[in-house]
Design a protein around this ligand. Structure first.
Ligand SMILES: NC(=O)c1ccc[n+]([C@@H]2O[C@H](COP(=O)([O-])OP(=O)(O)OC[C@H]3O[C@@H](n4cnc5c(N)ncnc54)[C@H](OP(=O)(O)O)[C@@H]3O)[C@@H](O)[C@H]2O)c1
Length: 351
């Protein structure tokens, strides 16, 4: 021990550059990771008694959203998922972490409008009021082409089914004493999307070439559809708001599970260090969504796009209100709904 003490007291830190180089590398890595992790949710308020529906609840980001909302004492979380086993496992985790929060598992498959309608009926039976709807589920490079309803899979899973879900929950959201909130999870990738024919904003007549293009278009549709809905909610005098966000680039989720490149082991090994350095953790990816659900300062924020917990400008295409309205009408028709003449109620076409 005396020898170690002596060696330390006699050590000359300036004899070598290595300690400084090492400290510099650790500092740079730490700074890059902190910066890339994005801004944390600035508010920490609780949301007791709120009923919140979360789609994609068992996914990487959705799960973290649920954990944080449960920690913030949400009254009831409705976990919308495809697998009962995964839903039950998440409910069990939440029960342990936040015993005061009630969690319900409900089955929802966004590849089918029938499933969406069944899901809404189930939730409505128990909850006359819904305070927030988080449309977090999403797919990319989805195999299988078209859905049972005949739509391109990305378009239906990411946009159309969430659009239908939101329309069907509008009465419940409008009843929220806190002002209902819809949070639609989009992606930075929406900026790469193209709508070639303004008469066909859902690209139904386009031959989609790649999963990436279809994903980008579905995420642009989310932004345009939210913008149009926000304008209607304001015009109709409702307290409900609808906003979009990008979670950023998030590692460790199932998002790229169908990516042809990321299926290869060598790609996983090669990209791991970069993902670790430059991408957010799922918990960091959840921050913007949590802020949009919980922050009282955003109660009147409507039709906006958020990134890293801050409101950001959208692309020129996503600001096109005329296109947004066209897309909204096309989406209503695609999901089998129509607006009444007063623009006040949404009805099924067959009603
Ligand atoms: N990770 C990123 O870097 C990133 C970047 C930009 C945007 N986003 C968006 O963030 C959201 C969450 O993504 P994530 O990274 O957490 O991915 P994830 O782990 O794959 O989670 C996606 C969730 O969506 C659910 N889902 C997929 N298809 C469904 C369907 N047909 N019906 C119902 N649920 C379905 C999945 O359920 P199953 O487990 O049953 O498949 C899963 O719970 C998505 O909207 C995604 O587009 C992610």
């Amino acid at each position: 021990m005396d020898e170690i003490k002596k060696a330390l007291s006699e050590a000359d830190p300036f004899a070598s550059w290595w300690p400084f180089i090492l400290a510099g590398v650790v500092f740079v890595i730490g700074t890059v990771r902190t910066y890339m992790g994005g801004q944390p949710c600035p508010n920490g308020n609780t949301i007791p008694d709120r009923v919140i529906v979360v789609t994609g609840a068992t996914g990487g980001i959705g799960r973290e959203v649920c954990r944080e909302l449960a920690r913030r004492k949400a009254g009831c979380l409705v976990l919308a998922c495809r697998s009962t086993e995964q839903g039950d496992a998440l409910r069990e985790l939440l029960r342990r972490e936040a015993p005061d929060c009630t969690c319900e598992v409900q089955i929802l498959d966004l590849r089918s409008f029938d499933s969406v309608r069944r899901f809404v009926r189930q939730v409505q039976t128990h909850h006359p009021t819904v305070d927030a709807l988080v449309n977090c589920a999403g797919v990319i490079f989805q195999p299988g082409g078209h859905t049972v309803d005949g739509y391109e899979a990305h378009l239906q899973c990411n946009f159309l089914s969430h659009f239908l879900l939101t329309q069907l929950f509008r009465p419940q959201l409008n009843r929220s004493p806190h002002g209902g909130r819809v949070v639609n999870v989009s992606a930075h990738g929406y900026t790469a999307a193209k709508i070639v024919d303004r008469e066909d904003p859902l690209n139904l007549r386009q031959l989609t070439t790649s999963g990436r293009d279809a994903f980008a278009h579905s995420k642009l549709a989310i932004v345009l559809g939210s913008r149009a809905l926000a304008r209607k909610l304001v015009a109709e005098g409702h307290q409900t708001t609808v906003n979009c966000c990008s979670p950023g680039l998030v590692r460790g989720t199932g998002h790229l599970r169908h990516s042809p490149i990321m299926k290869a082991l060598f790609a996983k090994v090669l990209t791991f260090p970069w993902m670790w350095l430059f991408m957010k953790s799922p918990a960091q990816g959840a921050h913007t969504i949590v802020r949009l659900v919980t922050d009282p300062a955003l109660a009147s924020c409507n039709g906006d796009f958020f990134n890293d917990c801050e409101r950001v400008e959208v692309s020129e295409l996503a600001k096109d209100d005329e296109l947004a309205e066209r897309l909204y009408q096309a989406a209503l028709s695609a999901v089998g709904l129509c607006e009444t003449r007063e623009n006040k109620h949404i009805k099924g076409k067959k009603e």
